[in-house]
Design a protein around this ligand. Structure first.
Ligand code: NI
Length: 208
C-alpha cells in the first residue's frame, strides 16, 4: 500500500517535471532569438507607456488606441540620423494619401529627456509632419518606454566636447520605425535607410 502511493506520487512528479521542461523548451528559442527577431516577435515590441506630449499633456498608449502609431525613438540634438528618419516618416505619410494617413499618428519619443524638455520637443516637431507628436518624460518613464519597444540607447561623450554643458554628449540609439496597430500591437518595422516611397508603399498595404 505504502509503495503504491509512493509510485503514484513519483509518477506525478516526473510528469510535472516533463511538462515544465517542455514548456521551457518551447520558450527557449523565443528567449534566445527575441532581441533579433524584430519582425516576428510581435508580442515582444510595444507596451504601456506614460509620457508628456509636446503640449505638456500626460499621455499613455491608450490615448492612441483606434489609430495606427508610427513610433520613432531619437533625440532633438541628433545631427542627422533622427532628422532623416523623421523626414522619411513625414514624406511617407504625405505620399500615402490623406485617407489612410489620417489613421496614423507619427510619434517621436526622445531618449534624451535631460535636454528634450516639453518646450524643446514642441519647437522640434514643428520641423516635420504637422501631426507629429513629440513625447518626453522623466528618465525613468523614458527608460520604461524604450524598454517596451526594445529600443537601445546610451549617452556617449561627444568628440571635441567641452563646448558647454548641453553639447558635451550625444546619444547612441536604435533608429527603427515601428508600426503599431489600432489595438496597440506591433505590425511591422522599418529599418533606418528605408526610403519614403518604400515606406509609403508598405504602409499602403498594411493600413486598412
Ligand atoms: Ni538620432
Amino acid at each position: 500500500m505504502r509503495l503504491k502511493v509512493l509510485l503514484i506520487a513519483t509518477a506525478f512528479l516526473l510528469a510535472g517535471v516533463l511538462l515544465a521542461l517542455l514548456m521551457f523548451e518551447r520558450q527557449l528559442p523565443a528567449l534566445l532569438g527575441g532581441a533579433r527577431q524584430i519582425t516576428t516577435g510581435k508580442a515582444l515590441i510595444g507596451g504601456p507607456f506614460s509620457l508628456l506630449d509636446h503640449r505638456g499633456r500626460r499621455v499613455t498608449e491608450k490615448d492612441f488606441r483606434g489609430r495606427y502609431m508610427l513610433v520613432y525613438f531619437g533625440f532633438t540634438y541628433c545631427p542627422d540620423v533622427c532628422p532623416a528618419g523623421l523626414q522619411v516618416i513625414s514624406e511617407a505619410l504625405r505620399m500615402l494619401g490623406e485617407e489612410k494617413a489620417q489613421k496614423v499618428v507619427p510619434i517621436f519619443i526622445t531618449v534624451d529627456p535631460e535636454r528634450d524638455t516639453v518646450q524643446q520637443m514642441a519647437s522640434y516637431v514643428k520641423n516635420f509632419h504637422p501631426r507629429l507628436v513629440g513625447l518626453t518624460g522623466s528618465k525613468k518613464e523614458i527608460a520604461a518606454a524604450a524598454s517596451a519597444f526594445r529600443v537601445y540607447y546610451a549617452k556617449v561623450a561627444a568628440e571635441g566636447g567641452a563646448n558647454g554643458a548641453s553639447d558635451d554628449y550625444t546619444m547612441d540609439h536604435t533608429a527603427i520605425t515601428y508600426l503599431m496597430g489600432p489595438d496597440g500591437a506591433f505590425i511591422a518595422h522599418f529599418s533606418h535607410g528605408t526610403s519614403a516611397p518604400d515606406m509609403a508603399r508598405r504602409l499602403g498595404q498594411l493600413i486598412r
